[in-house]
Design a protein around this ligand. Sequence first.
Ligand SMILES: Cc1ncc(COP(=O)(O)O)c(C=O)c1O
Length: 395
Amino acid sequence: MRISTRAQRIEPFYVMEVAKAAGVLAREVAHTDRPMIFLNIGEPDFTAPPLVQEAAARAVRAGATQYTQATGLDHLRERISGWYKQRFNVDVPARRIVVTAGASAALQLACLALIESGDEILMPDPSYPCNRHFVSAADGKAVLVPTTAEERFQLTAAKVEAAWTDKTRGVLLASPSNPTGTSIAPDELRRIHEVVSQRGGITLIDEIYLGLSYDDAFGQTALAIDDNVISINSFSKYFNMTGWRLGWLVVPEVLVPVVERLAQNLFICASTVSQYAALACFEAESIAEYERRRAEFKARRDWFIPQLNALGLNVPVVPDGAFYAWADCTSVADKLGISGSWDFAFETMKRAHLAVTPGRDFGTAETAKFVRFSTASSMAHLQESVERLRAMIAQ
Ligand SMILES: Cc1ncc(COP(=O)(O)O)c(C=O)c1O
């Protein structure tokens, strides 16, 4: 069968090979004294809190399960708007918010609305692999710009300016980022947006981890800069609702009917049950629980990062958000007589029964040196992981 060139352009997710191998080994060692620990998982180890679960059950019982309008329940858009005001003191009118099937659908809609065939979009290397593919699926081209630890593994205005060509349409950023957990400083982001705007480009920013921010200097939404910034967000991470498939997109007013038309045709609407459930995310009781969990994520980060550094797994920038640690494994790999983060990931899997994510999918610049640890796992698991790594390195 002839497969479209568009589909063929989508690269495989190499980390799935690691995840699959880890799954097989996990079954073999399940009943030993060292069952597999998964620090390769990019989703919270918490589930939706009680009020959200009850709201979903109520919606199902009441038969509130028909399609909603393509932009989402008005009440939910109002609630999200209220969250921006309450949490970030930014006015984001509900009419500019489009509820989507996760950040993934929001990214897809934004790319389809704005990218012409051959347009180039600048993004940092390393970055979330799917972002390249959303651009590619819209017939655009992702241009990865290598970043350094000094730049917090993020683009800078100077780099955007230097990388800009006639084909560049804009930037796609993520702050805090996956895989590094680092954010762009608000002033730098403002400068980036200026450079982009002066060239008539678009600033797309994935703020899916913004709710899980641990540093007030960074935890601000880019929507405060200008109404033309396009922000992608989700109920997956801070709100602990990955499988419920719910997110949102904030767009300038002129784009609302465009995105609405695309959403009507491509998705009809996001899950109705999930939308009714998400209304309960913003109740005081739920927010209190989310904040308790955010504190737990921060406590894990505060404990785990120094431990990795002490093991020689150097985390060059302390993440200010999300639940990742981006660690350079070069010196430990040397000690173990192996080369690069791909082999390191297989070695920790086999010898320490610890699944981690090698850098490979996240870009090409220095990703062979880096490995991503996820701290979306209990403190007990993190402590056990450090013990196993220490033993493995000492052997
Ligand atoms: C940076 C980033 N953007 C988007 C997504 C997709 O999230 P969603 O579950 O909202 O589709 C993820 C998921 O891991 C992510 O890490």
